[in-house]
Ligand binder design. Sequence first.
Ligand code: AHM
Ligand code: MG
Length: 339
Amino acid sequence: MINRDVKTLDEFTIQQLRQFPNATGELSSLLRDIGLAAKRVNVEVNKAGLVDILGDADLVNVQGEDVKKLDVYANQQFAGVLRHGISCAGIGSEEIEDYIGFDDHVSRQSKYIVMFDPLDGSRNIDVNVSIGTIFTVYRRLSPIGSPVSREDFLQPGVRQVAAGYIVYGSSTMMVYATHRGVNGFTLDSSIGEFTLSHPDMQCPAFGRIYSVNHGNYFRYAPGVQAYINRCQRKEAADGGPYTQRYIGSMVSDLHRNLIKGGIFMYPGTTDMPGGKLRLMYECNPFAFIMEVAGGEATDGQQRILEIQPQHLHQRTPLFVGSRGMMAELAACLSQTLPS
Ligand code: AHM
Ligand code: MG
């Protein structure tokens, strides 16, 4: 028996579309393209160990093709589906220095641009730890019919139309947010489709998890240290102890914290005051997803989504998570501001 209550990603996006009589379906088709690239990357991620065993020393596979590093492969897949689809006028990628405009007749008529980190946490591939893809969608500012321009890509995060991620984990999931909500889809490998498994995801207002690279503790500002000390000494809102969890793969860390409640921090350090994570490809999409799910995201001073980007690969400190924990963090940061 087929369970007709289970919706595929396509069925879900089309159902959403039907509620808007004037919708063109471009966003649905964009999400379908992204889902397709994700399925292809998933196949390769699952073979990553085998490639290490079977790959030739000169890195040529049995078909005579070069064996590509997975992050290069993932970048090609996402760039490829968006270029060949009908809904994307241009892309920015963590793996590509500048933005790319798709200057063909169909793409020039598209109203969206997409930015993505094709394989985040890729240093974890060798050790079989979950990795992910992060993406964000903006409506272009340049006129439809013309080539895209730099200002299309340098929009603050509040202007995101949709954002999401794929986590290649014990199961593979795609989660995406629009202003209407956050929904999660698990890849059902028996039919090769993402199916709705986590409808209307909400981030609990409090959690017990704090995620930070403790190895950098002595390089953090006093306010951040004060908050970490607080997590170690005080009880969480439900009376239990805080617990520290840090995979080093932000998609997995944030996916867990979104579901269970928690806070994720990548603060500036004495050697990297601007932090490590990229505003456009990593911080804005997660800030959008978390805010739609009821959480918050700041750089320690201002809302991530309100930062006016100056360049594509800009970095920013990031604090993101459950609303109640973000308030506790803000109190620690303000109490220890240099006078
Ligand atoms: P990447 O874009 O080079 O993969 O780096 C991003 C990753 C995040 O997924 C993760 O949260 C962070 O880097 C971990 O960095 P660190 O090892 O400095 O804690
Ligand atoms: Mg990254």
